[in-house]
Design a protein. Structure first.
Length: 121
């Protein structure tokens, strides 16, 4: 999600900042990072959402050691196998609520960034 934004980023803006005396770090922090931040945030939220449901690779690599390598999706699955439907539903509802909060935060930040970009133009 970041690559297309970096490809569309005009080199003239970076060059202008450099010719005005900005260091490489300052160019990155004030020019490049604000431009790629929404795409980076979207990519991070997609990766986070994907990781919520992924337990096959984690169990294969890290094992299933109680209180050490348990993940929420696996914990829900274990509760279902134990026929503890109330606990499984509570865990799933908590995961769902957290995912909705993350999506809300991403949308609010992107809307703020778009309003800020419109004001700067």
């Amino acid at each position: 999600t970041v690559q297309p934004v970096l490809e569309d980023l005009e080199a003239d803006v970076e060059e202008a900042a450099t010719t005005l005396g900005a260091s490489s770090l300052r160019v990155f922090l004030t020019v490049i990072l604000p431009a790629i931040f929404p795409a980076f945030l979207a990519g991070a939220s997609l990766a986070f959402a994907r990781s919520l449901g992924e337990f096959g690779a984690v169990v294969f690599i890290a094992g299933n050691q109680p209180f050490r390598t348990e993940i929420v999706a696996l914990l829900t699955f274990i509760r279902l196998e134990e026929y503890d439907y109330a606990a499984a539903a509570a865990i799933a509802a908590t995961m769902l609520g957290f995912a909705f909060l993350m999506l809300l935060a991403v949308n609010l930040i992107q809307a703020w960034h778009q309003r800020r970009a419109i004001r700067e133009d």
